[in-house]
Design a protein around this ligand. Structure first.
Ligand code: SF4
Length: 332
């Protein structure tokens, strides 16, 4: 079956006072219905800009967005801002790290959820209010009828995040983008919110893109994972394969720097060095000056030629080592 979402060679750049910033430089992702894919990367890896592009939030801005974002075969990148409005909230919804930024401070939470429903459904205010109360109940907010009238600041952080999930899912979107949804919460509440997302996904069949810097979160809830570095997708795999057999040297470094895994091997190894400047991308591999394996590739290919994403059994990696021939040559 055709994938529900297919991103092909997505690129995003925008002008700044310092020059053009190349924020996303080749993002590929395939997502089946009902699946969860994690997008992992450090800050500046392009993961948040990727989700903004998916939501169409870069339309009518100075950003240049190229490539395809195929949702059920429709390329969202070709839609105008007006056309995109019919999709946003109804087919694709988003939740953020900070629910307060997405909610109006002066309106009751329930009324905001009801309004989000009425944007895409022609129903009375009363009917929408009932939908909102039901939704608050479904996300585990106790006494939803009474909490309907509460204001965002009257909710705890965890409850606010639940309310934002209710607002995002009220129109039963096909795709939910969750950008660091649990980063601001304490560990117990984090686990509750991730469980809730899993539960609702089982009920509704919504596909989820979970944007995070935390591989532990990915291990817990995702089926697939895409690792981003310097605005490029450097590896995509099932979660099981990524943890068992990481192919890209950057992913290998990330795994070695995870506290829980490193405790088992007895070492915590943060990757030395810094991500590349997105203002002046080098010709070679974007990871070259931090990569402990660059010396294994002959002819300084790492420093002079950008590797492509090379697929092996549905587990592609963007590294010259993937194409190294037995003779030591890099395939051209
Ligand atoms: Fe390292 Fe070279 Fe592979 Fe880049 S292409 S990840 S520098 S080995």
């Amino acid at each position: 079956a055709a994938p529900m979402l297919a991103i092909r060679d997505l690129r995003v750049s925008f002008p700044t006072d310092d020059g053009v910033v190349y924020a996303v430089n080749g993002m590929d992702l395939t997502l089946a219905r009902g699946e969860t894919v994690g997008i992992v990367g450090e800050s500046g890896s392009g993961k948040t800009v990727t989700s903004q592009a998916l939501m169409g939030l870069l339309k009518d801005t100075t950003a240049e967005v190229t490539g395809q974002i195929l949702l059920d075969g429709q390329d969202l990148n070709t839609l105008t801002e007006t056309q995109m409005r019919a999709y946003r909230g109804k087919k694709i919804a988003m939740i953020f790290q900070d629910p307060l930024s997405a909610m109006h401070p002066f309106y009751p939470v329930g009324a905001q959820i009801a309004e989000a429903y009425r944007v895409h459904n022609d129903v009375s205010k009363k009917a929408a209010a009932q939908v909102a109360v039901d939704m608050l109940g479904r996300v585990g907010i106790p006494d939803p009828k009474r909490r309907y009238a509460a204001y965002p600041h009257e909710f705890s952080g965890g409850m606010r995040q639940r309310a934002m999930i209710a607002m995002a899912l009220v129109c039963e979107p096909e795709l939910l983008i969750a950008d660091e949804p649990t980063t601001a919460l304490d560990v117990t509440v984090q686990a509750q919110i991730l469980d809730l997302l899993n539960e609702l996904q089982d009920e509704t069949g919504t596909s989820v893109i979970l944007v995070t810097h935390d591989l532990g979160v990915v291990a817990e809830v995702c089926h697939q994972v895409v690792v981003m570095y310097g605005g490029e997708c450097v590896e995509q795999a099932t979660v099981a394969n990524l943890f068992k057999e990481p192919r890209h040297p950057y992913t290998q470094g990330l795994l070695a720097s995870m506290p829980s895994l490193a405790q088992r091997s007895g070492r915590l190894n943060p990757i030395p060095g810094f991500p590349p400047s997105l203002l002046a991308l080098p010709d070679g591999c974007l990871f070259a000056d931090r990569c402990p394996k660059a010396h294994l590739v002959p002819d300084d290919a790492c420093g002079t030629r950008r590797p492509t994403l090379t697929g092996l059994d549905g587990h592609p990696s963007r590294c010259h080592l993937e194409t190294l021939q037995p003779t030591g040559e890099v395939a051209r």
